[in-house]
Design a protein around this ligand. Structure first.
Ligand SMILES: Cc1cc2nc3c(=O)[nH]c(=O)nc-3n(C[C@H](O)[C@H](O)[C@H](O)COP(=O)(O)OP(=O)(O)OC[C@H]3O[C@@H](n4cnc5c(N)ncnc54)[C@H](O)[C@@H]3O)c2cc1C
Length: 297
């Protein structure tokens, strides 16, 4: 596979969502938006996509917010960079599952360019922000010329590189509900090395315990890189719900998650190794989430 110079394109730099949508409507299938360009420019250099018009979203200030409200939850603008999220005290403190993911993504340079919107819209099975967002019950707001719609992150993906995003829509915001009392989560990612690598397998768990922090009241488990898209492991969730949490229960849920996974072999890892690791990493995420609730960290 050859990496070449970027093909020729016409450049547009809107300063509002409305202006960007006008350009998407005007140039239709020949236009593509970008934010950090860390995914799109690589695809263009490989000639996987060759849009004639590139619409740079980075000048749209209204999509760069991180705003928390106790009742309404966390709102993250689609253009917020991975680095901004890593440096956010509110994400580190209250939305730790997501922080676990952003701190292990790529390198500082890529984190300062790449955005959460771009990570989701590339729709790769390995997108690191997807499993924590699915586990926390997050939604995305999609804004198009016809209006807005809000969709759960777990319903956003359709397949490798494919989502429900329409050509004339922009991902404008991510909405994460406030974590309930006695809840907590964790995300683990298996890589061949500890930086600049995509996940071989990843798992996020978000648990809600009862008042005594003994019985698991509710649970959401999500997996990355083990199917054609990030997925929810709903059978594994049922293993832990209404049970007292311990290592054995978490291991059993891990085994069920491994059965739910649909990994494939690639040059990076075999199907059987990936499946085995789903069990290990799902268990690890569940136990870590539980310990964070118990020890309040
Ligand atoms: C060296 C390297 C290491 C990497 N490591 C990781 C890693 O560890 N984990 C990981 O998950 N990813 C990794 N990536 C992939 C990439 O950096 C991330 O997915 C990043 O978050 C993409 O964001 P971006 O803003 O650069 O997207 P862009 O490249 O700008 O856009 C990506 C796609 O999304 C669309 N898009 C972007 N923003 C929007 C929006 N708001 N609304 C609608 N469509 C939009 C674009 O049209 C394009 O199709 C890595 C990339 C590189 C080059």
């Amino acid at each position: 596979m050859f990496i070449r110079r970027l093909p020729k394109f016409e450049y547009h730099a809107p300063t509002s969502v409305a202006e960007a949508l006008d350009q998407l409507c005007l140039y239709a299938e020949n236009a593509r938006v970008f934010a950090g360009g860390t995914d799109l420019f690589v695809s263009m250099k490989k000639r996987e996509v060759t849009p004639e018009h590139l619409v740079n979203l980075k000048g749209i200030k209204e999509l760069k917010h991180i705003h928390y409200d106790d009742g309404k939850g966390l709102r993250i603008g689609g253009l917020v960079t991975i680095g901004d999220m890593e440096r956010s005290e509110i994400i580190k403190g209250k939305f730790r599952t997501l922080w676990d993911a952003v701190k292990v993504m790529a390198s500082p340079q890529i984190r300062n360019l790449g955005t959460i919107g771009g990570n989701l819209c590339s729709a790769l099975p390995s997108a690191d922000t997807a499993p924590p967002l699915i586990a926390m019950g997050a939604s995305v707001k999609l804004t198009g010329s016809e209006g807005e719609r809000t969709v759960l992150v777990e319903e956003f993906f359709k397949g490798p590189g494919e989502s429900i995003l329409e050509h004339d829509e922009i991902l404008t915001e991510i909405l994460i509900p406030s974590p309930p009392e006695n809840s907590g989560g964790s995300y683990f990612k298996l890589m061949r090395r500890n930086a600049m690598d995509l996940a071989i397998v990843s798992a996020a768990a978000f648990l809600m315990m009862d008042d005594n922090k003994r019985l698991c009241h509710n649970a959401r488990i999500a997996l990355g890189t083990v199917s054609t898209m990030p997925i929810r492991a709903s059978k594994a969730e049922k293993v832990v719900i209404k049970k007292e949490m311990d290592e054995d229960l978490a291991a059993e849920a891990g085994k069920v998650a491994a059965q739910e996974a649909r990994p494939r072999s690639s040059i990076r890892a075999s199907e059987s190794y990936r499946r085995e690791m789903v069990g290990v990493f799902a268990k690890r995420a569940i136990m870590d989430a539980y310990k964070r609730i118990i020890y309040d960290f």
